[in-house]
Design a protein around this ligand. Structure first.
Ligand code: CLF
Ligand code: SF4
Length: 519
């Protein structure tokens, strides 16, 4: 039986919204990850690449484990895990866990029953939602009863939803068996150091076995537990992503050693995230004025770590109650009050039909990219440029410049187009008028880019971009992203070849600080 009617009354809720109405809402809106260099299936041009079929099955619809999937599939987090057992100097416990969440954001905490109700409501509304993650607001495994109860309730109703959890790793070895028994296929461990002397600058204390440890001793225990947990998970075939926070002046160069250590223990993916340290978040690093990395510093470290291991570059440092595609935030549509009002059908067949459609679309995108790349086969130029993209998802250039909350950044050369990151920005256009912050912050965020490809842009921002040496291009509106980036690059090379334009090396760019809030 494919279709299972589930009402929220199954979880004790009233409601009246039909499945069809809810799906209309979905239609209105709008971690792998080598970005298409063909090294591995996780983010490779054709998708599966050289990944074994059983691994491909686990990653193909996971927006964090596959860069390609993140254009099409959504994840949701439920904030069922408030407690934490360590202290990180980039965290203020008034806010969500900064290891897997955007610093400075407070999520609405839920019981496991409320969380399960919410998951079914979201899955029925957003057929592209394929993954449930527990990522705070504290540590998932400092709250094991709530975390596993939530997974149990969700699996009983929606067995097709992939389960994912994020942890600082302190308690991980104790729960590996339970994680495996619950078919949790994806685990993220935040590992910022393997040298306890460096750890002592990041972690003032941990609470372990009923006592508080400080200094180097605390970080030694934490590091041993993290690496043991990683080995235990990979020995059981569970995919492990390692998150690391890049803290300039403390662990930035050390993360290359961390990368080697986790790679040798079988981690599938490494996600190096920038430190976000605004003073108003009240964290130790924020208050002492420690800065985060620039876009090029982050990219250089990711490039240095990219060998045989996949680097994740599309992380959005989401909130602990995030809902939607990685670049969007639909959490405000699913507050507890609203979810309690919904009555939904859990329609597995509709979800599978959507996923089959995405599969076909992904094949078309990959084929179009290969065709475009083939036209560069005789090109010998060594130029590399970066191009910004305005998109609201689906792998298509489909967003207006003024409506973009973020720009996706691709690096393109004769080797192809590769996703290298994203830049969050304040909306340029608010209700038909330019925003108060104006275009300056956007120019800084895109300063390393040669062009921005958009669905539409007005004359005013186009001129401002041109003044900053960034070409705004509407020619590829509603076309596939990677194919368009390569086509633009080909045209760029031709114009450089005819001396119509000069190739100019671009500068560094800002990574925007500030909380990622619902839009
Ligand atoms: Fe969530 Fe994390 Fe699972 Fe993804 S998020 S628990 S692996 S489902 Fe993804 Fe968000 Fe980055 Fe996390 S973009 S913060 S890496
Ligand atoms: Fe904060 Fe997360 Fe670190 Fe705990 S593990 S102190 S919640 S950042």
């Amino acid at each position: 039986m494919q279709k299972k009617l589930l009402t929220l009354h199954d979880f004790g809720a009233p409601g009246a919204t039909s499945f069809d109405e809810l799906r209309k809402g979905a239609a209105q809106s709008g971690c792998s990850s080598t970005g298409g260099n063909g090294k591995s299936g996780c983010g490779s041009a054709a998708g599966q690449g050289d990944l074994p079929p059983e691994i491909w099955e686990k990653v193909k619809n996971h927006p964090c484990y596959s860069e390609q999937a993140h254009h099409h599939f959504a994840r949701m987090h439920v904030a069922v895990a408030p407690a934490c057992n360590i202290q990180c100097n980039y965290c203020n416990r008034k806010y969500d866990c900064a290891n897997e969440s955007r610093p400075g954001v407070v999520s609405e905490k839920l019981s496991p029953e409320q969380a399960a109700r919410k998951v079914i409501a979201v899955a029925s509304t957003i057929p592209q939602m394929t993954v449930l993650g527990i990522a705070g607001p504290g540590d998932a495994l400092a709250n094991p009863a709530k975390t596993f109860k939530t997974f149990e309730l969700v699996t009983a109703t929606a067995p097709d939803i992939k389960l994912c959890l994020s942890t600082n790793g302190l308690m991980l070895p104790d729960y590996v068996e339970q994680i495996a028994a619950m078919n949790v296929d994806h685990v993220t461990i935040t590992i910022n150091m393997i040298d306890p002397e460096i750890g002592a600058q990041i972690y003032p204390w941990i609470f372990y076995n009923h006592r508080r440890y400080t200094g180097v001793e605390a970080s030694k225990i934490l590091s041993e537990r993290q690496l043991l947990g990683l080995e235990m998970l990979t020995a059981r075939g569970i995919l492990v992503k390692v998150n690391s926070v890049m803290i300039p002046g403390i662990n930035d160069r050390h993360l290359i050693e961390v990368n080697k250590a986790v790679k040798s223990r079988g981690a599938f993916l490494h996600n190096i995230m920038p430190l976000i340290s605004e003073p108003e978040h009240g964290t130790v690093f924020g208050l002492e004025g420690r800065r985060g990395p620039s876009a090029q510093e982050l990219k250089a470290l990711q490039d240095d770590c990219e060998g045989e291991m996949n680097m994740m570059r599309h992380c959005r440092q989401c909130r602990a109650d995030a809902v939607g595609l990685l670049g969007e935030d639909r959490s405000a549509e699913f507050t507890t009050d609203k979810v309690m009002e919904m009555e939904v059908e859990y329609d597995l067949a509709a979800r599978q039909a959507y996923q089959a459609k995405v599969e076909a679309e992904r094949d078309a995108i990959a084929a179009a990219k290969q065709r475009e790349l083939a036209t560069l086969a005789d090109e010998t130029a060594t130029i590399k440029i970066q191009v910004a993209i305005a998109t609201k998802g689906g792998g298509v250039i489909n967003e207006h410049f003024g409506h973009a909350h973020e720009f996706q950044i691709y690096e393109v050369s004769t080797a192809g187009a590769k996703f290298i990151g994203h830049r969050r920005v304040d909306l340029y256009c608010e209700g038909g008028y330019a925003s108060e912050t104006g275009i300056e912050p956007i120019l800084k965020a895109l300063n390393d880019c040669t062009a921005v490809l958009v669905a539409k842009i007005g004359l005013c921002p186009k001129d401002s971009l041109a003044g900053a040496g960034i070409e705004a291009v509407e020619d590829y509106a509603f076309e596939y992203i990677e194919q368009s980036v390569i086509a633009y690059f080909k045209d760029y090379l031709e114009r450089v070849g005819k001396s119509e334009i000069s190739h100019v090396a671009r500068g560094d760019a800002d990574i925007r600080q500030g909380a990622f809030v619902a839009s």
